[in-house]
Design a protein around this ligand. Structure first.
Ligand SMILES: Cc1cc2nc3c(=O)[nH]c(=O)nc-3n(C[C@H](O)[C@H](O)[C@H](O)COP(=O)(O)OP(=O)(O)OC[C@H]3O[C@@H](n4cnc5c(N)ncnc54)[C@H](O)[C@@H]3O)c2cc1C
Length: 671
């Protein structure tokens, strides 16, 4: 059995990373040329890691299932990336970013990792600016910042609503330089289907060429998994359609513990579901909560009139609107963290105040912001006594400059003009804080197997703050892994090439091939999506925004039943030796069907509410916090790391006790 040692260095928190870096073993440049590293995934985490490792001199083989690293899901990130630069002079610091992140994660993350993340955050911005990433700038030419939920400072760097795209182009350029030098060998359209262990160490992977169907063996001295999150276990999510858990799940089955699978982020501002035939949900960036105000009607009559089309939201006066976040959380208002905002929307909609036909929508309204910006602009331009029309025109231009592409996206999807009528939004699955367990070095419980970015569990505890995922992925890839992996690889300078003609590779390849052959030969009667939708429905209804013991037990049994039916009845058209998207999906859904059950098991085990995990049994029953989540630090201040034992229900729990020496555990209050 693997041991669960976080390998957190000793010493004061603020010095840990610096003194650790000074002491770990290095590999000299000549020896790096003899060492191979596999990186699975070339989104922001994998792309930055591959580029940096190659720049350092290692031979990198990078893999992605898309046709180019530029198409990784990271490209979808809209709102921004956090860094403690304190450009606004509003009191920010590394400590405050560290504090906000631990508090935002509801005190369920490892202090040492989060402090390191906050420390390197400023370097990320410098690195990306040097690459030419066009962050927004203010009038004086300084990099601009905006606010995101759960904090009281402005520390989010952004590039309009396309921050992920610009950052990914930066990482991709850095990778391309190394591809041209021959230091990165890029395998596009290749899916990793298993990891190969030799003498207990990760020494390679098995992949399928998604165009020809060829099964390939690749060896290396270390393997890095950077394959993104598993939000698509819910079928509907804001993630890219291809995002999946296969790489993470395969390494779990080979000995890497899977941590906190039940920690999922349900994002409050997404375009509501429109019907049963939908396969994707769309995020409206959290940055919109900087200026947008969230509300539902105060009176049920107005709710009904709006639903029946007798009234429009713009017909309601200020007094007739319930700005429920501002009412319940006066200190943070519309900028409460995502978990809090999502539950508050659910509470209003469950109480019957939802404003669309399904009763699952609230308004996000820019009227006040447009008027505020319009009046300011009129003053700046010296326009005396401007008409309301002029104010709206001037204010609209500012809102368009800040969020134009998001408004255009909304308009195209919903066919309503959000400058004139409030957007409708509802929470949707967005991000997974759980993932492969890693120690301080970002190594899993398998030697030589690392995991970075959204695929690991590390820094966000039970709830991720907005704009922190990009920060973590790039911190891991540019600034943490390149150091820590060297310490491990320094023992491999004399190992030589890892051969692939060994029994370990034979066995792994055989397993992969047998599974593929099963899928294409199984004469089932139901499509892969049929099962994925069934799984998603169970997950949303019983393991979604609110969870309870009865529902979780039912979910475990129901997911198991769907899984059994899947292996009997799944139908995969086409063959194995061609491009076959249904075959790709079948493998991914098979893994989701196991992960989903472990997810429910983890949620059942954690009989407390923390962050995005809300157990109905664990809520405050009176006092000013009535109805809010109730954490149980005495019994649950640990990371739940699960060891694979065959059936998900048989997984064994290992606990990493969390220690808080620099932060006092408090009830999270945003009031
Ligand atoms: C709509 C949206 C908006 C967001 N906005 C923000 C934001 O503004 N700020 C923020 O901080 N965060 C944001 N996030 C979260 C953030 O985008 C992600 O957490 C982050 O980009 C994940 O990066 P990653 O590199 O870990 O994984 P990804 O970008 O998902 O990359 C995964 C990579 O792994 C590869 N891969 C996966 N499986 C395999 C396999 N088996 N074999 C081979 N390759 C494989 C893929 O091809 C891809 O290259 C947003 C998320 C969404 C959904």
């Amino acid at each position: 059995m693997a041991t669960l040692d976080s390998k957190t260095p000793k010493g004061p928190l603020k010095d840990k990373w610096t003194s650790y870096k000074n002491k770990i073993d290095l590999v000299n440049p000549a020896n790096k040329r003899n060492i191979d590293v596999i990186v699975v995934g070339t989104g922001l985490a994998g792309g930055s890691a591959a580029a940096t490792l190659a720049e350092l001199g290692y031979n990198v083989k990078a893999f992605a299932y898309q046709d180019s690293p530029r198409r990784a899901h990271s490209i979808a990130a809209q709102g921004g990336i956090n860094a403690a630069k304190n450009y606004q002079g509003d009191g920010d610091s590394s400590y405050r970013l560290f504090y906000d992140t631990v508090k935002g994660g509801d005190y369920r993350s490892r202090e040492s990792n989060v402090h390191r993340l906050a420390e390197v955050s400023a370097n990320i911005i410098d690195q990306c600016v040097a690459q030419g990433v066009p962050f927004a700038r203010d009038y004086g030419g300084m990099l601009d910042n905006r606010s995101f939920g759960g904090v009281l400072v402005s520390r989010t760097f952004y590039a309009k609503g396309q921050t992920g795209q610009q950052l990914l182009l930066g990482a991709y350029s850095a990778m391309n330089r190394q591809i041209a030098r021959g230091k990165i060998e890029m395998f596009n359209r290749h899916e990793m289907l298993d990891v190969v262990k030799v003498d207990g160490k990760a020494r390679g992977i098995i992949t399928r060429n998604l165009i020809t169907g060829e099964i390939e063996r690749h060896s290396a001295h270390a393997v890095v998994i950077a394959s993104g999150g598993y939000g698509n276990v819910y079928f509907l999510s804001t993630n890219a359609m291809g995002s999946n858990a296969t790489a993470a799940w395969k390494v779990h089955k080979k000995g890497a513990y899977f941590a906190n699978p039940c920690y999922t982020q349900i994002h409050p501002t997404c375009i509501p579901r429109s019907g049963d035939y939908q396969s994707k949900l769309t995020l409206m960036s959290e940055s919109l909560r900087n200026d947008g105000r969230i509300w539902v009607p105060k009176n049920m009559d107005d709710v009904m009139a709006i639903r029946e089309g007798r009234k429009k939201p713009t017909d309601l006066s200020e007094e007739e609107r319930d700005y429920y976040l501002e009412r319940r959380y006066p200190a943070f208002g519309n900028l409460v963290p995502r978990d809090v905002a999502s539950r508050a929307a659910k509470e209003r909609c469950d109480a019957g105040y939802g404003v669309n036909k399904t009763g699952e929508a609230v308004y996000l309204d820019f009227k006040s912001a447009i008027e505020r910006y319009g009046k300011e602009q009129a003053k700046i331009k010296g326009i005396n006594a401007p008409s309301m029309e002029k104010i709206i025109e001037l204010g609209t231009a500012i809102v368009e400059a800040k969020y134009g592409n998001l408004f255009q996206m909304y308009n195209k999807i919903v066919d309503e003009d959000p400058y004139k009528t409030p957007m409708m939004i509802y929470p949707a699955t967005h991000y997974t804080m759980g993932g492969v367990w890693v120690d301080y070095n970002l190594m899993t419980t398998v030697d030589g197997l690392y995991c970075i970015g959204e695929a690991n569990f590390s820094d966000h505890g039970a709830n991720r703050l907005g704009a922190s995922a990009l920060m973590q992925g790039l911190a891991d890839g540019y600034f943490v892994l390149p150091y820590t992996i060297g310490d491990y690889l320094s023992n491999d300078i004399r190992t030589g090439k890892i051969p692939t003609n060994t029994k370990e590779f034979d066995e792994a390849e055989k397993e992969v091939t047998e599974r593929i052959n099963f899928f294409v030969n199984n004469n089932g009667s139901k499509s892969v999506d049929y099962f994925h939708k069934k799984l998603g429905k169970i997950m949303w209804e019983k393991v979604g925004m609110a969870r309870n013991e009865k529902g979780l037990k039912e979910a475990m049994a129901e997911i198991k039943a769907v899984r059994e039916d899947f292996w009997k009845e799944v139908k995969v058209p086409g063959t194995a030796d061609e491009m076959n998207p249904e075959l790709e999906k079948a493998g991914r859904v098979a893994d989701f069907l196991e992960l989903g059950e472990l997810f429910a098991k983890d949620a059942l085990n954690r009989n407390e509410s923390c962050g995005g995990h809300f157990r109905e049994e664990s809520a405050e029953t009176d006092g000013p916090q009535k109805g809010e989540a109730k954490r149980n630090d005495k019994d649950y201040a640990y990371v739940a790391a699960w060891e694979y034992k065959g059936e998900p229900a048989d997984a064994i729990l290992h606990k990493e006790q969390l220690e808080f020496n620099d932060i006092e555990l408090k009830q999270r209050s945003y009031k």
